[in-house]
Design a protein around this ligand. Structure first.
Ligand SMILES: NC(=O)c1ccc[n+]([C@@H]2O[C@H](COP(=O)([O-])OP(=O)(O)OC[C@H]3O[C@@H](n4cnc5c(N)ncnc54)[C@H](OP(=O)(O)O)[C@@H]3O)[C@@H](O)[C@H]2O)c1
Length: 170
């Protein structure tokens, strides 16, 4: 599976249950990668979306809250349930979309990480594990973009030895 995230140089991804930046090109990039594919997110991220579920994607939300059952969404209560469902989909079509608890939970199972790196160090309340210290190596980087005063690049990282989630018992 894949991971897609926008992160600062110090691995910050969110504050007050919101994204740190409004970067229209990054939103387009996110859409181009995830459209018609499967996206996995935690309940907090799901509830932070302006429109849920996002259209034209299969949305899987992780939550232990048995009362949380939003329409047109697959809710899984734990990792075992998640992996069982993911066996129904092509590995390359699956995108881990946050937030921090879900990135940190699933990063080791991801083969490719699409990382929008914002060239800033920010004080936030939500951080992820460092991608490059987690078995990923940089494969490519775009030229820099400048939007709303922020410089960022689209980087692709590859993990040559992801953990297997297919058909495993937990
Ligand atoms: N920069 C980016 O690319 C990006 C992308 C996405 C999100 N974000 C940001 O990340 C922040 C949210 O991250 P977060 O870590 O606080 O929340 P989150 O990962 O979106 O959601 C956390 C919730 O997911 C559920 N969950 C987590 N692990 C689980 C497990 N093993 N089994 C079942 N359910 C599980 C729990 O829901 P229950 O409490 O209901 O059990 C938990 O409270 C926000 O600021 C958001 O804007 C940034």
């Amino acid at each position: 599976m894949n991971l897609i995230v926008a992160v600062t140089k110090n691995n910050a991804i969110g504050k007050n249950n919101k994204l740190l930046f409004h970067l229209p090109s990054d939103l387009k990039y996110f859409k181009s990668k995830t459209i018609n594919n499967v996206i996995i997110m935690g309940k907090t991220t799901y509830l932070s979306l302006p429109k849920c579920p996002l259209p034209n994607r299969t949305t899987i939300v992780m939550s232990k809250d048995m009362l949380f059952n939003p329409p047109n969404t697959i809710v899984v209560r734990n990792l075992k349930e998640l992996f069982k469902i993911l066996n129904n989909y092509d590995d390359d079509s699956i995108y881990v979309c946050g937030g921090a608890s879900i990135y940190n939970l699933l990063m080791d199972y991801c083969k490719v990480a699409y990382v929008t790196v914002v060239d800033e160090i920010i004080s936030a309340d939500t951080y992820i594990r460092d991608i490059e210290k987690s078995g990923f190596r940089l494969e490519s980087s775009s030229d820099p973009f400048l939007e709303n005063g922020h410089i960022f690049r689209f980087k692709t990282f590859v993990n040559n030895n992801p953990k297997k989630f297919q058909n495993i018992e937990i």
